[in-house]
Design a protein around this ligand. Sequence first.
Ligand SMILES: C=C(O[C@H]1C=CC=C(C(=O)O)[C@@H]1O)C(=O)O
Length: 448
Amino acid sequence: MSSLTSAPTDAVPQPLVVRTVALDDLAGDQGAPDPADLLDLLPSEAPLAWVRRGDGLVAWGETLRIPVAGPHRFAAAERAWQDVLRHAVVRDEVRLPGTGPVAFGSFAFDETSPVGGVVVVPRVVVGRRGGRSWLTTITPGAHLSPAPRLADVVGPRVPAIDPGDVVYDDGAVSADGWRDVVAEGIAAIKAGEVDKVVLARDVHARTEHPFDVRWALDRLAARYPSCWTFSVDGLVGATPELLVRSEKGLVTSRVLAGTIRRTGDDDADVAHAAILAHSSKDLEEHEYAVSSVAQALEPFCSSTNVPDVPFVLHLPNVLHLASDVTGVLAAPTGTAAHPSSLALAAALHPTAAVCGTPTDAARDLIRRVEGMDRGRYAGPVGWFGADGDGEWGIALRSAQLDADDPRRVRLFAGCGIVAASDPAAELAESEAKLVPMRHALGRDASDS
Ligand SMILES: C=C(O[C@H]1C=CC=C(C(=O)O)[C@@H]1O)C(=O)O
């Protein structure tokens, strides 16, 4: 194994014991932590989260950290996870998606990025789905421990720290400079190099007080309930785009591309939704993204359903063209099992919603003109379990906390560019896509 595909076989120093117990019977238990508000359980140190409309998973502690890098980073993560599972003693008393052994992951957009990616096997996981809650502990050892209790693994409740005043600064490329980047993208499209390219920019933020990820998670989940609010290893955000969910042989992907800003006036936004639904520029942008997902899923599915026409997804900051692509997974010829959710994410990444069409040429163009390393922005982020099922979003509407300075945060936004794009309009769209993370770092309900 090359050093770039780091998934050391000694990643599992000893067997792990995994216990999942139901928390449902805690209702009314005076003084016990309430699993109904998952985010409220998180400690400030390295919180892990994947939450939507109150359901999902939160986790903390690190039983195992598996860094990966390079073009085979997904396969390396998968192998390491299988290795973990081979050494695990599991008792799962709940048996729902997200119970039993669970790992969180986040991967760089670009295989050449030094950032690579990481899989974190947490020490404690609390999950919730359809009114049922559970607690999983994952600890080194060889024998089953007594059933864990939530009160024993949740630390004292310490409120999230207000980041205080936030100062924003140019990222790798200034706003003006980014218009030129977009113009270069449009020129490349007109020259026939690509049909579509997605170009992104970053903005730097400096917070007055050390950035407490939980502050952002609470505000994102409250303001963007239809998005997947996530936190993995300092990457935090609320993404509206689901790269892939795989559950019991069914696969789903929510594809987004094509955007219009909201005005704050409901009547005007209804008119904007109609404009978006008929905009040939946005429909073209969307079609590239849907095709890339449908084509990537096809080899793994016995059947797929690709909507003919997108719907308009309403978010507080923007409206998007959206398509939910679904499929029934089939085991590849000669094998017994269908691919894991991470293998599917690897096959889908990067879709034309974050890279472009054709993929390789668009990625080359991004490397040439964007002027920054995206890190894990626009890469897959999510979780998977012992059976390989899981959920992976595309890390959009997100920010990366600086590992060396807890007051420094890098915010990201990108836009799909086609021949009919206009640099000034794309810059305005990128500002609208920065709104969720600016809100997450703010203090008041009105903070954008
Ligand atoms: C690349 C981003 O958005 C993608 C997802 C939805 C709509 C998009 C668009 O209309 O350009 C982008 O393809 C981002 O938010 O950083």
